[in-house]
Write a protein of this length. Structure first.
Length: 252
């Protein structure tokens, strides 16, 4: 704990903010990050799993290129890409943030560009996992209806999930319950109109749900939450998501 006579002669390392046309020079941070990148040589010297080294060595002997060769050939990696200040999400770009050009064509500054890139990256992750999950849900639904030759063997799991969703289990077969579960999962994945997210309600800690509710963060559905971040930045050239004055250019 700091005492009252704490000396202030050190660098607090406060982050810089982008007021007006302020520009944060990110080049040193990018340089340090770039220097931390391992090379193929580093991998061969330090990979903890000897199987990795054996595999890379064998691939070399066979003349087969690996990700380590390709990664090295990408060096030096793009400064703007590494800093997250490259924007390619509309046809007025690509734009990059520099001291000379602290805003993209639409007016987006570094903070906004980085935030949009991050949220779209997260949406891509949801889509990637969700697409596979959808296959599982559809298979469960078909299995429950006897439309594929797959038995439902996890009876306890089905009953446990049904209880978490608050489903009536009395007099129902495991197959019927599995079908109801599949329908709930598919609905939570694809709902278009805001409504209760049954899976979150069933499994997320109540205190967390309360915070999400207060912040208006309860998702509508996976599909919707992927649509939203991919849509809003597309309006950027119309001034939405950037600064209000930008729309005065009349690009709408
Ligand atoms: S959204 Fe803005 S910053 Fe991004 S490419 Fe279009 S004009 Fe450039």
């Amino acid at each position: 704990m700091c005492g009252g006579n704490h000396s202030h002669d050190h660098d607090h390392g406060h982050g810089h903010h982008h007021h007006g046309n302020d520009f944060t020079d990110y080049k040193d941070a990018v340089k340090a990050y770039r220097e931390s990148f391992a090379s193929k040589e580093d991998v061969m010297a330090h990979a903890p799993d000897p199987a990795v080294r054996d595999m890379v060595k064998y691939m070399d002997e066979q003349g087969v290129e690996s990700c380590f060769d390709r990664f090295d050939k990408q060096k030096p990696h793009c400064t703007f890409g590494l800093a997250g200040v490259c924007c390619r999400i509309c046809s007025l770009g690509p734009c990059k943030i520099t001291k000379r050009s602290p805003r993209g064509t639409c007016g987006a500054d570094a903070d906004l560009i980085v935030a949009r890139n991050m949220v779209r990256s997260a949406a891509g992750g949801v889509a990637g996992h969700g697409a596979r999950a959808r296959e599982v849900m559809l298979t469960l639904k078909k299995a429950s209806a006897g439309n594929v030759d797959l038995p439902i063997i996890g009876k306890d799991k089905v009953l446990g999930v049904a209880a978490a969703y608050g489903l009536e289990t009395e007099g129902k077969t495991v197959e019927a319950l599995a079908g109801e579960i599949a329908d709930i999962l598919l609905e939570d994945m694809s709902r278009t109109v805001p409504g209760p997210h049954k899976t979150l309600k069933a499994i997320a800690p109540p205190e967390r749900q309360k915070v999400w509710e207060e912040l208006g963060l309860i998702p509508t559905s996976s599909y919707h939450e992927v649509f939203e971040p991919c849509t809003r930045p597309r309006w950027a050239h119309r001034g939405i998501g950037a600064r209000p004055w930008i729309s005065s250019f009349g690009w709408a």
